[in-house]
Structures are given as C-alpha cells and as structure tokens.
Design a protein around this ligand. Sequence first.
Ligand code: FES
Length: 126
Amino acid sequence: MDPDDEICLCFHVSLRKVRTFLSRENPPVASLISECLGAGTGCRWCVPFLQHLHACHANGKPVDLRISPEAYASSRLTYHVTHDRDESILRQIDGSPGPQGAPDASDEDRTRRHGEHGEHGANQEH
Ligand code: FES
C-alpha cells in the first residue's frame, strides 16, 4: 500500500496517519490506534490489519501492508456481505512480521545483511 491509501475505510484513516500515530504515540497495545481518528471502530474490518501494523512498529520493522488497495477494499466488501474474513488476505500481509508467525526478513534487511557480510546472490528476488 502507498502512504495515502486508507487502512480504515470507514473513517478514511490512511497508512500515513497510522504510521504517524504509531511513531508519535508509541501505543502499548494495538487497540489504542482507535485514538487515531477512530480507526477500527466502525465495521472492524481493519482491526487485524491495524494489529499487524502495530506489531511491525513494535518490532522495529517497516510499517506496511503488502496488499493492493483494490484487493483490500474488495475483500472488505465481501466481509460486509458474508461476515467472514478471507484468511488468504491475512496471509498475504504476513510477508513482514505480524502478530502471528515468525518474522521474515524484508528485502531491506536482506540487502543490509548481504552488504555487511559480503554474501552474494543466494536470496535475491529481482
Ligand atoms: S474499515 Fe476500519 S472500521 Fe471499517
């Protein structure tokens, strides 16, 4: 997602706003992100994603969702109809550290490690 893409579509809270809130307030629990313009307090679709962003921040990792805004919004509409969350969308965002699962190295981390240790090419994804 880009910084101006909305994480909480109910209250039009962008990724940029959530990032700023996390770095300024450093909330101890994800639920306090609701103090950022009410994020997560509407249909609650975005709550697991806000939790993911909070976990990224808490772990010192890039605060991001690896999903297109179109797929994100489309999955939310399905959620509103079925009241079931498409678990595949949650797995998509697990490419970076989230509330569950082992942290995975981001491309930035891999590049940094390769630079520090002089390794060549083993995990390049270009
Ligand atoms: S999308 Fe955030 S509460 Fe509905």
